[in-house]
Structure formats: C-alpha cells, structure tokens
Design a protein around this ligand. Sequence first.
Ligand SMILES: C[S@@+](CC[C@H](N)C(=O)[O-])C[C@H]1O[C@@H](n2cnc3c(N)ncnc32)[C@H](O)[C@@H]1O
Length: 285
Amino acid sequence: MLKHAPEPASAATRLRPSLFAAVRNFAYRAAGIDLQEGKQLMVAARLWKRARAHGFPTADDYFAAVQRDPGGALEIDLIDALTTNFTSFFREPAHFEFLRARILPQLRLRSSFPIWTAASSTGEEPYSIAVTLLEELGADAGRRARVLASDISTKVLDRASAGIYPEERFRSLPPDWRRRYLLRGTGEQAGNYRFRPEVRNLIQFQRINLMESLPLEDRFPLIFLRNIMIYFDRPTQARVIAALTEKLEPGGYLFLGHSESLNGISHQLDHIQVAIYRKPGEWGA
Ligand SMILES: C[S@@+](CC[C@H](N)C(=O)[O-])C[C@H]1O[C@@H](n2cnc3c(N)ncnc32)[C@H](O)[C@@H]1O
C-alpha cells in the first residue's frame, strides 16, 4: 500500500491548469458534463479524495491511472465522483400533480405502460413516481406500470436500488404516506426507512450513459429528464433531446427540471407548460 501524501491545505491552488483541463476534457467526453472554470475547487477536492481512497500519492498519478483504464472501474468511479446527485422526494411537485391529474387518467386505460426517469440519482424521483402510481392505480399499478430508473453513476444506482433512506428525508411528506409505503428499520437500521416491496418491485434500475446509444427497445409515454440538462452544453443538450425524442411515443411527455428549458436548441416537441414538453401525435392505446 502506498503511503498517502498529506492533502495540501489548498488542493485547488495546487491543481495545475493542465490537469484541470485534462479532467474537464475527460468529464465532457465520458459523461457530457461541462465543468466550467468555476468548478476548479470542486474538481480539486473530489480528485484528491478519490486519489487518496485508491492509494495514489498525487492527483496526477491517480488521473494517469484513470486514463490507462478506459471504461474500467477507476474511470466509472471518477465519473461517479464528478457528477452532482442532489435530489429529493416529490421535487418540483407540479410534475407529480400533472402526472396524477393529466397523464394517469389516460395511461390507466392501457394494459401496461413504462415510465422512464433518465437521471434518477439516488432514487427519490423513481420512488416518488412509484408512490404516485400506487396512490392512483392501487394494486393495478403492480400489474400495469413499470418504472425504469437509470443514471450514469453506479454508486447512486446502488443506493437507489437498496431503497433505504434516513428518516429526515421524509420529513416534509404526509405521515400516513410513511405508514403505507415504508418499513421502519430496527437494530443497525434504526433511524432508516425502507420502501415496501410493492413499491420497490415497480422499479427497475439500469446504468445508462446518455452520451451513448440508448440500449432500450421501449418507447415511453413519459420521460423524466430533470435537473441534468444544466450540466450539458448546448450541442450535448441537442443530441440528448433528439435521442430521447426518439424514445418518446407520439403524444408522449418529457419533463425537464423547472429551471431548464429547450430554448435555444432545435427540437420537435410542443411546449405545454413550464418544463413540460409533448411529442406531437396521438396517444397509443
Ligand atoms: C442533479 S441529479 C438529478 C436527479 C433527479 N432527476 C432530480 O431532478 O432530482 C443529476 C443526475 O444526472 C446524472 N448524470 C450526469 N451525467 C449523466 C449522463 N451522461 N448520463 C446519465 N446520467 C447522468 C448524475 O449522475 C446525477 O445523478
């Protein structure tokens, strides 16, 4: 095991411009993430943390090893470290109200339908969708609906598929919601809650990098692509929207984050309301 060099007092000031440029290039190529100059501090801190975790004496040595391992565990680990995973249950609640009031009355007439959340982070978004489905469709949700939750980060997908969250994550939600959809942890899990199997069983987790060709046969009546476009530059946004438009059914909806829009990129979707877009065409049966 290599001895760790002590972390410099100010790692950011020690990140050579050429190393920052190389990491920036790596993040763009691997994940489409556009790390602006203002992200230097964040990049330096995360690079040092991963270098130390893997036993490398310097950030340069660590990054050189990442580059010798394209597609390997070191590369995936660094992508995990450079992505921003903030999320919460029922984030931007207007979308869940739109799903409940405008979309599910149509979808419930079908024998089956899939919903895709394409940057699902630690799972709060797909679990919020699954709970909305159970609230509206009851036991039928399990027979008819399926939620595909994908992300580039294997670390967040592992946490999401476990479905375990500390109690404070649920504070703003109705107490009877906890009783119906969660199991209280005991022993080592005291203070945590886990989603009940009927909620977890609605969701499938899969690593999908939106920069690569999409490994999906389905077309979806609804895709969540929320709070990820802000990390992409315009050409990347345009490419991702074109690829996801292909995966939408005619008449299908795309949700972006509330601070995101398709202004400035060419696309084929109709704007319905803030951060909600629809592909022209009729709903399938
Ligand atoms: C800020 S979170 C958004 C979570 C959730 N959609 C929400 O709105 O609360 C952004 C997520 O995008 C994921 N991400 C970044 N680049 C990606 C890519 N190229 N392909 C797929 N997911 C990516 C990150 O790993 C992160 O979990």
